[in-house]
Design a protein around this ligand. Sequence first.
Ligand code: SF4
Ligand code: SF4
Length: 321
Amino acid sequence: MAPPVSLPDRQAVIDQALGLGFDLVGIATVETDPSDAEATVVAHLQTWLNQGHQADMGWMDNPRRQDIRQVLPGVRSLICVALNYYTPHRHSADPRHGKISRYAWGRDYHRVLHKRLKALADWLTAAGEGTIQVRYYADTGPVQDKAWAQQAGLGWVAKNGNLITRQYGSWVFLGELVTTLALAPDPPHTAHCGTCTRCLAACPTGAITQPYVVDANRCIAYHTIENRADTLPPAVVPHLQNWVAGCDICQDVCPWNQRFAQATTVAEFQPYPGNLAPALADLATLSEADWDQRFRASALRRIKPAMWRRNAQAAQQNHPN
Ligand code: SF4
Ligand code: SF4
C-alpha cells in the first residue's frame, strides 16, 4: 500500500506564497454551511444588487458569487494573497493632462498575479499528489475577494468599498486560491474606519451613498472603465476632474493610505511612461493603432479606443479654454 500523502500545512503554504513574492498571505476556512459572517456579506451584496448599484456589471449577480461552495465543490479553505502596487509618482496637476488610476499605471495586474498564483496552485497540486483541488483568481472569478481577504486577516473592507491593509493601505491587488485542502485559518481582521467619513465627503459625485455602499451609477471609475455607452452621464461629466481611466479620489484622501503607502518591489508595476501625464488632446483622438501600441500588456485595454476618446473629450468639456 502506498504511504499516505503528507499534505502541506498552513506554515508551508504561507512560506511558499511569500517565497513567490506575495506581500501578504492569509487563510480563511470555509465551513460546510455558510457562516454568520458569510451570511452578512451575502445580505449586503443582495441589498446592493436590489438597489441596482451594480449598473451594467451583470457579472456581479452571478449566484456563485454568493456561495463559494458553488465555485469549487468540497472547498475547505481560501488562501488569500495581496500584492502592493504603490509607486510614489504623482498625478499631473496640468489641466491638459488626464488622470489614470494608479492600479493601471504599469503592467496588467492580472498577468502579474496569475503567474504567481499559478505557481502556487501548481506547487499545492503537486504536493497533494492528486488529492487536492485548486482554483485561482485575481479579480477574475465569482468570488467576494475583499470579504474573504478580511476573513483571512489581510485587512478590512472599508467605507469606500476597498480593502485596507495595515501594511500598505488599499494600494494592493488581491488574489486567492480556492482549495479543497483544510488549513488552520487566520483570525478575521477588525475594521478601522472608525468615525472617519473623509472618502464619503471627497467623492465628487456622491457615489458613496452611505458607508460601505458605492453606487456604480454615480462612480467615475465605473463610467470611465465599464460603461460602454457613447456618452458619459451629464451628472458625472462636470465632476470628472480629468479622470479618464478609473478614479483614486476616495483612496487618495484616506488617512490609512496617506500613512501606510510604501513603494512596491514589483518592477512590472512601475508606470509606463505614457500613463502618468497623458495629454487629453491625444486621448481625445486616439486611433485603434495608437491604442494597440500604447496599452500593450496593460489592464487599460479594457477601455476601448472609442471609450478613451469619449472620456477625454468629456474631461476637456470642463476646460473650454
Ligand atoms: S472611485 Fe471616485 S467616483 Fe468612485 S466612489 Fe471613489 S471617489 Fe467616488
Ligand atoms: S477615508 Fe476614512 S472612512 Fe474612508 S476608507 Fe479611509 S478610513 Fe475608512
